[in-house]
Design a protein around this ligand. Sequence first.
Ligand code: S3P
Length: 493
Amino acid sequence: MESVDRNVAELLNDAMNDGVRFPTTWHDRCSPTPGTENRSIAFMPTSMKALRCGPLNGHIQVPGDKSISHRALILGALSTGVTTIKGLLEAEDVLATANALRRLGIPIERADAVWRVYGRGVGGLSAPDGPLDFGNSGTGVRLMMGVIAGHDMQVICTGDVSLCRRPMSRVLQPLKEMGLTVAESDRDMLPLTLQGSSDLIPIDYRLPMPSAQVKSAILLAGLHAPGATTVIEPEATRDHSERMLRHFGADLTILDRDDGTRAITVAGDSELQGANVIVPGDPSSAAFMTTAALIIPGSDITIENVLVNQTRFGFYQTVQEMGADLTLQNERNNGGEPVADIRVRASALKGVTVPAARAPSMIDEYPCLACLAAFAEGETRMDGLGELKVKESDRLAATRAGLSTCGVRVRIDGDSLIVAGSRTVPGGGIVETKQDHRIAMSFLTLGLASENPVTVDDSDMIATSFPEFTQLMAELGGKFKEARTLDREGSSE
Ligand code: S3P
């Protein structure tokens, strides 16, 4: 617990001095920042080994939801008055957004674990004194592009090596229609120089892919455009932006249309008022503990205060279909979002087919589900995974490769992943995480129940979304061993 007021800069500095791991992403891994291209990189990732363990037991809380945390900071900045945020996820991705907002002139403080954002109103940001570095965070940079679009200022956006490989045109194309200019007009990837406008044009836009990030970027830009901006969603994606925009007083309408699509309209003359936000536990983080408890015989755990919003519930629905003993307890509403305590007991699972239509509600959970499916009887088929190829890594390829390394029969068929499960999973070997936090956590979870230990080549990236992962898993009974050097068999010193 923090007992004195400190701003984000101090917090970030302290974290660096304390050896918190985000410097590895922000500095050592961030080669494409203009002017630093030729810097020599001396970086040795921390490998981590998971060992088979006894039953998991106990009650835990996972850190705050990442999506809600980004949005709370951003909407706080665009409001007038003070926004207080309890339970903010203090992981690299969210700190990158906080830092970017601070560089855009928004005072942000933290005291006694409560974050305060002193908003400057819609259109109230000021130009930064240099490039904004969003680290590993696609959500941070894409949502902020929507905000930057509405300001007459030039901003260079960049990120780490992974983020600089991810497509940005999905967001830039609609924002350009609204009036954003991009200096590198034919580039799809960061770093990019954006020129916003205080004269944005409202648009009607049908999402070409199910992406909450694209939807949210357009709605945020729409706040700065006179008149109505509408996003049409053929498939529902996470709805935190809509809920939170209303919570901050925006004029937002949602229309479920006869053709099955949903139209979300934001009025550009909305004024936002600072609000209080309580961030519930992240269901994408809780998925790892859920998986571990299901596959380690004799386990019985409760994860308290988890977000159970239906647009994020696909993983939990799927494991229930697989036969998981999973119950929601104490269901309640927590500041506009549904939350519950999730009790999970070890279960005999069977393979299922996960329909493509479910993908948006569990898009970040597929690597973890694939590791869980390795322990289920029969085949699990996951359809409609095209979007996994453009996440922090190509997660479809990384998941298949990791499962093969662990002796699991797995194949890719188009955009589908098919895992042949078995009660005993060999494990062993070194899994290549491709610097992807969810690949690292998924395979460390698998290694807690496999016959042989599983080593991941790089655990540093876990700090982008869930810095407490190994500590919390260990509190339940999980066993990990950290190391810097690996021999060829994956044993570590
Ligand atoms: C997020 C949306 C998802 C998800 C990401 C967080 C958000 O991305 O993968 O981790 O907070 O809006 P897409 O909307 O691009 O699928």
